[in-house]
Design a protein around this ligand. Structure first.
Ligand code: FE2
Length: 375
């Protein structure tokens, strides 16, 4: 445990031990086509499938993986289902942030007795490869956490899934694990969800950014980063703040019709290589003005990477007490301006790029301007 985590978790009693993110499940309008996009553009590999061929007549799911990351893309097979309603309301988006635990029954009991609303009572699913115990609770908006206990399971993903063999296998691009996942919540709700993650899930507040940290001439937001005891799960929670114009968080809330997952940050060991490949495969990124690079070295000091390469790719740099980080943000990956991705390479720094907030939000405002949502 890092010194910082020791400080914010004075009593090392963790009632909800989490091993890591198990998977992230998106509800999407067309999982077959979304899977093709995530394979092509993000280098995910085909892992598992469930649908009509495996006996599920209600929905189809494709599971893709890259290093430690697993994503599930699910589409409903008929109207009037919960999944269909979710898609009608929110568009494509994250429904389930699944957490890998050793005891899914205890995870459910400990969180529901502290006030969590149950999404799924502890239940056992099994096939010839063993047993998985699942349970789940609601979090912000229509998003849920599902606890997955898989110590007695040897299969490819979960019972009910079969291996997905595909003839189309684009190369991975170096995405390694989920660094953090950010939730956007409504006005005055950030502290409500801080309390939820602290009191119900045993997380602690790692960093707080107020509207002075995160503001431009026009827009502002506030953010609190919540972390679990071992630091493997980090959930920043954003809420809008008053500004002269409508912030990106309000834009998100309008188009997503409520709170939801704003971005997924994925770690790489070579951001220049990863981003070069993503661009070649058609992923669109936010562009910061070239003047950003005129003063960046003054601000962050010496770095290993060639600044011209970073500038050509529009990769941002920031430094804290422990080192530096490189980061870049995609444009939204659906037509609604909702979910996007961050690619991050940490070289010591454990923070979130505070020094880049202004340049970043100005870049987002340029996009909002084009969409007519910066009013
Ligand atoms: Fe982030």
């Amino acid at each position: 445990m890092s010194e910082q985590l020791k400080k914010i978790f004075p009593k090392a009693q963790d009632f909800l031990p989490i091993n890591g993110t198990d998977y992230v499940e998106f509800y999407v309008g067309n999982a077959k086509q979304a899977a093709h996009f995530y394979k092509t553009a993000f280098g995910f590999q085909s892992l598992a499938y469930s649908g009509l061929e495996t006996g599920d007549v209600t929905k189809t799911s494709y599971v893709l993986c890259q290093d430690k990351i697993r994503i599930v893309l699910t589409t409903p097979m008929s109207g009037n289902s919960e999944i269909e309603k979710h898609i009608t309301k929110h568009g494509d988006g994250v429904k389930i942030i699944a957490l890998w635990v050793d005891d899914a029954t205890s995870a459910w009991e400990e969180t529901t007795k502290r006030g969590a609303k149950s999404y799924l009572n502890p239940s056992r699913i099994e096939d010839e490869n063993g047993i998985v115990i699942r349970s789940g609770i609601h979090t912000y908006g229509d998003t849920v956490h599902v606890f997955i206990e898989r110590k007695d399971y040897k299969g490819i993903f979960l019972p009910g899934f079969q291996k997905w063999d595909s003839a189309y296998n684009p190369e991975p691009i170096g995405l390694k694990y989920i660094d953090h996942m950010v939730g956007n919540v409504g006005w005055n709700e950030m502290n409500v969800w801080e309390d939820f993650y602290r009191d119900v899930m045993g997380f602690a507040n790692l960093i707080t950014f107020d509207d002075k940290d995160i503001s431009t001439q026009y827009t502002a937001l506030m953010s609190k980063v919540m972390t679990n005891g071992n630091g493997r799960i980090k959930f920043p929670i954003n809420e809008p703040a008053e500004g002269a114009k409508k912030s990106q968080i309000e834009e998100y809330l309008d188009f997503y019709n409520g709170p939801g997952c704003q971005h997924i940050a994925i770690a790489t060991d070579d951001i220049v290589d990863t981003v070069t490949k993503m661009k070649a495969r058609g992923v669109e990124f936010l562009h910061v003005p070239e003047t950003y690079y005129d003063t960046v070295i003054e601000r962050v000091g010496e770095i290993d990477e060639e600044i011209t390469k970073l500038k050509n790719l529009s990769i941002l740099i920031d430094r804290d007490d422990e080192g530096y980080l490189l980061q870049i943000f995609t444009k939204p990956v659906e037509d609604r301006p909702t979910l996007f991705f961050e690619i991050i390479q940490r070289k010591g720094a454990q923070s979130f790029g505070k020094g880049n907030f202004k340049a970043l939000f100005e870049a987002i405002e340029l996009e909002q301007e084009k969409r007519g949502t910066l009013n």
